[in-house]
Design a protein around this ligand. Structure first.
Ligand code: ADP
Ligand code: MG
Ligand code: MG
Length: 883
């Protein structure tokens, strides 16, 4: 079998389509070679080797060694060097590369092949001993850390001590002899910490590094990243072995990272950072603060350090030429890594760049306008869930800003929270339902969980491509990086800036769009929904076939949803209206009444409130359908719970306390979810449904009069499992419609339908559709009843189900297509067979989940209904589902 694929010198055995086999990095290195771009030669050990390795107790396929040797010889031939040769040694990097990019998760080893002999050869051939010994000490620390598990700080401490003794501050002030001395110290550290000598044999180094890459696939932080990003463990990683080029060979050498468009804003301009006389890891790790690539960016950042454009104009021109080629070729924004060795530019990586939602939107719209991609592709380029980032607040420009510091605008959006200095504290805050900002000198992959738990991230070191910045953008959290003026004291749990000191728990606000750090809480603004957002949404609307409605119970919700483009209300839960103001008193009176008469009297007090609620909703949704569900929850939810509340009811209703307590006992249930609720209420107390129907129809007449446009109301009966139940309730509703229409002398356009939220209802959908005019799949209850899992109790045991792969995802987030989905399918088929025009929708949480929306399209629903903030997400997801 073929386990190794070579690249370099204008050709390659692989190509970009082979990312499953070669990993993203390997496939794109091959592709860049094929495009004739300058790529140091190398080879990729396939992901199949990783799979083999884990399936065979960490053994390699028997043919691997020979294939690696052959590929290594080929690289040597192209570079005129030999791996392990003491005179003209080939040095390589060993780089991991999974199918999906996992930034910073897997470790890279540079300068491999150096030992006490080859370092001397390198010094001689470069004519620069300092460079050679600097490379060697980097290699020892990197290799010892990644492969041998020796902690970084041991080396860092030794370096700090040495510099202190010498009285120098910067690494650059150290010469070859200094590094030689330090290398001896480093080797001793390895011996002490690891128990054996640093490996001198290049072959041992190589296989050690290859094994470490494969092993790193299973380290906790890689697992965590996969879990958060739904990357299957079975994919495995590839290993890339590549000839080294040196960015640390002096002032005509450099290393950098660049995006073909701005990853925060999407602006069409080369964007990035570089460091002169440095190796790649220096930029990514955020240890030195890098310089801008373009002059424009330098001016905007008010930096006094020269840009690459002025400092290295020829390399800049070459980079500009290459990025044009890459963007045309990949038809997407690229994130590139490059190194300049003595004035010659080499490409080390390219991939579709991660970007903020705002940038994703702008880039998709721009690329379509530039003719590089089609409108359909543009729609597919934006992940619906990511729109969430754009729908959330930014700092009100008019608000007073007490700016205490500024850094780089690393990830847009604004957030307020209390200061926490580590990930554990962030998690504790989140558990206590408090908002926090994670404040760190810099972040590492160990901080992922803390970043998740916080509202935003602030770092005092690092650039736009530092770990914190990259990860925050991926998560859609605001981030300000490189705030050099802030000093953090982890021990004292304080930060100090400009003479003031803040402690953990103090509130700050960060603005990831400007890079500002502000004192205290600041007023936020609703997001801007015009421009690119409106353009893409327009394209999405033109391509989708399902309608998108909203679940809205209040005028505020309805307004928000309509602004977001909702095409009606798919679910209005009337019970929410029962709790407001003094209505609850009348509701309780109704529940406590002894007989129908008493109930009617109490209901008569609720009627005007309900009618007014509906008038408002109808007016906001003018011209669009509004589905109103009859009272659904068990009545005891409305009764008082505490002693004080009981006293309040006594005072308000005049009903005796023991009677109230008696009724409370009567109404209490062992399992309310499966108890006296839904249409069962309307069957036992038809007067409740009648009052609600009257309120709906009177409101419809009034709203139509006031707005001049007709109202389409859809009355929805909850929790039906047989047609007989539905028919009883429907008869009351129809009678009320007739009555109101006669009283008002108006004709009413309305439909009566039902929720399909019990398995039996899905099975008997054919029968129910004989009289029901629409179905709305209530997939929350349908999931609870189909799986026999109470949603409110699931948290304690459902976790392992997704972790162990028993279920592909949380069935309350993404619809369980196999089981619950089958019930939906049955409901759709049997319902439509009987009534061809049956209107079908979904109103569970799933209506706003992109993956579930795809399913809704597949089974042929007419619309999805979701919470207001998810409406744009649903519009885009529905368009993607239709394409
Ligand atoms: P990551 O996946 O974490 O970005 P990479 O494998 O891309 O890791 O390596 C990180 C950096 O190391 C690269 O951006 C590059 O600057 C440097 N690097 C990797 N391979 C080489 C090489 N052959 N020559 C010079 N620098 C290299
Ligand atoms: Mg990289
Ligand atoms: Mg329900």
């Amino acid at each position: 079998a073929k386990w190794v694929y070579a690249f370099g010198d204008g050709k390659a055995e692989g190509k970009s389509q082979m990312r499953e086999l070669l990993g993203g990095k390997g496939a794109n290195l091959a592709e860049m070679s094929n495009l004739g771009l300058p790529v140091p030669p190398g080879f990729t050990i396939t992901t199949e080797v990783c799979t083999y390795y884990y399936a065979h107790d960490k053994q390699y396929p028997p043919e691997l060694k020979a294939q690696v040797d052959e590929a290594l010889a080929k690289v040597g031939a192209l570079t005129g060097r030999t791996f392990g040769d003491a005179k003209s040694p080939l040095l390589v990097s060993v780089r991991s590369g999974a199918r999906a990019s996992m930034p910073g998760m897997m470790d890279t080893v540079l300068n491999l092949g150096l030992n006490d002999a080859t370092v001397a050869a390198l010094a001689e051939s470069a004519g620069d001993p300092r460079f050679a010994y600097d490379s060697y000490r980097r290699f020892i620390t990197m290799y010892s850390n990644v492969v041998l598990g020796v902690e970084h700080h041991a080396f860092e401490e030794a370096l700090e001590h040495y510099k202190e003794r010498k009285g120098v501050e910067l690494d650059t002030e150290l010469g070859a002899e200094d590094w030689k001395t330090l290398i001896q110290t480093y080797k001793k550290i390895v011996r002490d910490e690891h128990g054996s000598d640093f490996p001198q044999e290049p072959q041992d180094q190589l296989w050690g590094a290859i094994g470490a890459v494969f092993d790193s696939w299973m380290i906790p932080r890689a697992k965590k990243y996969r879990e958060l990003n739904s990357i299957p463990e079975s994919w495995g990683t590839a290993v890339n072995v590549q000839a080294m080029v040196f960015g640390n060979m002096g002032d005509t050498s450099a290393t950098g990272v660049a995006f073909t468009r701005n990853p925060s804003t999407g602006e069409r301009a080369l964007y990035g950072e570089f460091l002169i006389n440095a190796q790649g890891e220096d930029v990514v790790a955020g240890i030195r603060t890098p310089q801008d690539i373009t002059e424009k960016a330098r001016i905007e950042a008010k930096s006094d350090r020269p840009s690459m454009e002025t400092a290295m104009p020829e390399s800049f021109a070459e980079l500009t030429r290459i990025y044009g080629i890459l963007e045309k070729h990949y038809r997407d924004m690229q994130d590139m890594e490059f190194t300049i060795e003595s004035g010659k530019l080499w490409m080390l990586q390219t991939r579709n760049g991660k970007r903020t939602a705002k940038a994703a939107l702008k880039i998709a719209v721009d690329l379509a306008s530039e003719g590089l991609i089609t409108q359909e592709e543009a729609i597919l380029r934006v992940e619906p869930g990511a729109l969430d980032q754009l729908l959330h607040p930014t700092i009100d420009p008019k608000a007073e800003r007490k700016v205490i510091a500024s850094g780089l605008p690393a990830s847009p959006g604004a957030a307020t929270g209390e200061i926490v200095f580590n990930s554990e504290a962030a998690e504790a805050c989140r558990k206590a339902e408090r908002k926090c900002i994670l404040v760190r000198i810099e972040t590492s992959p160990e901080d992922i969980h803390g970043m998740h738990a916080s509202e935003g991230i602030l770092t005092t070191r690092g650039g736009m491509t530092s770990h914190a910045a990259v990860v925050a953008r991926g998560m859609g959290k605001p981030c300000v990086s490189g705030v050099g003026s802030i000093r953090i004291d982890y021990k004292a749990q304080t930060l100090s800036v400009g003479g003031q000191t803040l402690k953990a728990g103090d509130k700050i606000t960060i603005d990831g769009s400007t890079g500002q750090v502000l004192l205290g809480e600041v007023k936020m603004l609703e997001p801007e929904l015009s421009g690119d957002f409106a353009t893409l949404m327009g394209w999405a609307d033109a391509h989708r076939t399902m309608k998108v409605r909203t679940n809205a119970d209040t005028p505020t919700d309805a307004h928000t949803a309509r602004n977001f483009g909702a095409e009606g209300i798919g679910l209005c839960r009337t019970e929410h209206m029962f709790f407001e103001g003094d209505r609850i008193v009348a509701v309780r009176e109704m529940i406590l009444a002894d007989d129908t008469e008493g109930r009617r009297a109490a209901l008569a007090k609720i009627l005007p409130y309900q009618r007014q609620d509906f008038v408002e909703l109808f007016k906001i949704m003018s011209g669009l359908p509004v589905t109103i569900r009859l009272l659904d929850p068990p009545l005891h939810e409305f009764l008082p719970h505490t002693d004080a509340e009981v006293q309040e009811v006594v005072a308000a209703t005049g009903v005796a306390e023991d009677k109230i307590r008696h009724r409370m006992r009567e109404l209490s249930e062992f399992n309310p979810m499966l108890g006296f609720r839904g249409c069962r209420l309307a069957i036992a107390f038809p007067e409740i449904a009648e009052m609600q129907a009257r309120a709906i129809f009177e409101a419809a007449v009034q709203a139509a009069e006031e707005t001049g446009s007709p109202v389409t109301s859809e009355v929805m009966v909850p929790l039906v499992f047989t047609r007989a139940e539905f028919d009883i309730v429907k008869a009351r509703i129809d009678a009320m419609a007739k009555a109101v229409s006669e009283e008002k002398g108006a004709t009413l356009a309305y439909q009566v339908g039902t929720m399909i939220e019990l398995p039996r209802a899905a099975l008997k959908a054919g029968e129910i559709a004989e009289t029901a005019e629409f179905f709305s799949f209530g997939t929350n209850d349908l999931t609870q009843t189909a799986l026999g899992i109470s949603r409110d109790d699931a948290a304690t045991f459902l976790g392992p189900y997704t972790q162990k792969g028993i279920l592909p995802s949380d069935p309350f987030v993404t619809i369980d297509q196999d089981g619950v989905g089958e019930l939906v399918r049955i409901g759709v088929e049997r319902g439509r067979k009987v009534r061809s025009g049956l209107k079908l929708g979904i109103c569970g949480e799933h209506g706003g989940d992109p993956a579930s929306i795809g399913f809704c399209q597949e089974v042929g629903l007419d619309y999805v209904s979701c919470s207001p903030y998810r409406v744009p997400i649903a519009r885009l997801a529905a368009a993607q589902a239709a394409l």
